[in-house]
Design a protein around this ligand. Structure first.
Ligand code: UD1
Length: 421
């Protein structure tokens, strides 16, 4: 069993390079299923969800080669529809992008129900609504999802009941090779939606409007290979920004798009940190006093739900009472019990956490209950007195590229340690 062991007290200083964005790399990897040609994808983060997704495609007959550091060549010409291994698919959420890609290319799909972090119920009704609008007959239960359409997907107008990243991506994937035009309204606007659209267009698709809430897709008959670089990971960047502020350090983050970080930058400034923006880097300087602040998570461009646990940790150090409200998921405060073990004073009332700041944190044995919660535990441990041991770190490794090495280079006292099971 691996753990991350952190001795708290060091403030972070120096420069850290941000990796490619996991949540953009994953849909783009599954989008390669639509392309009967070689795609070279650059700036791919070295994280477990990506490795697992590449293995899913390999298993299905795709040729996948790591041709350089963070660069992978994918050729799905010989991929066999409906052959994904259920035990792999069930390990992550993003594997459900196979539904859109298989349906888009083959007119049918059969994939196990996806897994992913536990934030309460995570239904896929909007995905199903989208596939049905495109002419698919969908059979779904908690084991498998199957889609069929005799003549393949057909363009349609789809209005999502609420903003969903996953369903927007799945409908885009299903629609690029469909006959006719698809219009998605109330679409998600996240930077990774734009990145996926840019990748698809580089392969010859005709997607417009990505980044707004109306996306138009004119179906084309085939896609060709391309070389494409993934955008930087705004959630990884935001995590290091908060770690710098929480430890009272000063960190330059390179390979970022400052525009994608605006909601986090402005909230950090509200707490007293200083954020200086440059073309493709930001510098975050922490202050001795951290001011309380209220946060509510929303779809992009609002404050990201994937930054909520990290921000909550910062606010445990603030001078007053802060309110953190979760606007995307039913249950995303399971990590609070772990922070209580470290001395934080937090009460959860439904979708809001009330944080009484200023209680000193101390080291403890804690669990990474999910990916972002796990990295929030690392930030808490950096600020705590004494040593913290974090278990279930495979969840952190699902989405953070070399988090231990990067934090160590910034001066943290942090190690990954293997214990016998
Ligand atoms: C993606 C991200 C995840 C991030 C989330 C919100 C990936 C692999 N995961 O997840 O890290 O936290 O966006 O930014 O990119 N919902 C339904 N029915 C549906 C679809 C969604 O009820 O058919 C609900 C979800 O349960 C959730 C909300 O809508 O409460 C938003 O979900 P969605 O934006 O789809 O998130 P994911 O794509 O699953």
């Amino acid at each position: 069993m691996d753990k991350i062991v952190v001795k708290g007290g060091a403030s972070l200083h120096g420069s850290v390079e941000i990796s490619g964005m996991k949540n953009a790399a994953l849909p783009i990897i599954y989008a390669c299923v639509l392309v009967e040609d070689k795609c070279i994808i650059e700036n791919v983060p070295d994280v477990r969800d990506v490795a697992l997704s590449l293995n899913i495609l390999r298993d299905m007959g795709a040729t996948v080669n790591n041709i350089a550091k963070n660069t992978v060549e994918i050729d799905c010409t010989n991929l066999k529809v409906g052959t994904s291994r259920s035990e792999l698919v069930r390990k992550i959420r993003a594997s459900y992008y196979l539904l859109g890609s298989e349906f888009g290319r083959f007119g049918r799909s059969s994939v196990a129900y996806p897994g992913g972090c536990d934030f309460g119920g995570r239904p896929i009704d909007q995905h199903i609504k989208g596939f049905e609008s495109l002419g698919g007959t969908v059979n779904a239960n908690c084991d498998m999802v199957e889609i069929t359409a005799e003549d393949g997907p057909r363009g349609a107008n789809i209005f999502f009941d609420f903003v969903t990243v996953g369903a927007t991506i799945n409908v885009m994937l299903a629609a690029v090779l469909a006959e006719g035009t698809t219009i998605i309204e109330n679409a998600a606007r996240e930077p990774h939606i734009v990145d996926l659209a840019n990748f698809l267009n580089t392969c010859g698709a005709r997607v417009s409007g990505a980044g707004t809430d109306v996306i138009k897709i004119k179906g084309v008959t085939s896609l060709h290979g391309c070389t494409y670089a993934i955008i930087p990971d705004m959630i990884e960047a935001g995590t290091y920004m908060i770690a710098a502020a929480a430890t009272g350090g000063c960190v330059r983050l390179t390979n970022v798009i400052p525009k994608h970080l605006e909601s986090v930058s402005s909230k950090l400034e509200e707490t007293g940190a200083v954020v200086d923006e440059y073309d493709d880097s930001v510098v975050v300087t922490g202050r001795d006093t951290i001011r309380k602040a209220n946060v509510k998570t929303h779809p992009y461009p609002g404050f990201p739900t994937d930054m909520q646990p990290q921000m909550a940790v910062l606010l445990t150090l603030a001078n007053g009472v802060s309110y953190v409200s979760e606007g995307v998921y039913e249950k995303r405060f399971r990590y609070v019990d772990e922070l209580l073990k470290m001395g934080a004073a937090i009460k959860v009332d439904g979708r809001t956490a009330v944080i009484e700041g200023g209680k000193p944190l101390h080291g403890a044995d804690v669990v990474a209950v999910d990916l972002r919660a796990g990295v929030a535990m690392i930030i808490a441990a950096l600020c705590a007195e004494g040593t913290t041991e974090i278990s279930q770190i495979h969840l952190i490794e699902r989405g953070y590229d070399d988090v231990v090495g990067k934090l160590k280079s910034l001066g943290a006292d942090i190690e990954k340690v293997s214990y016998p099971d």
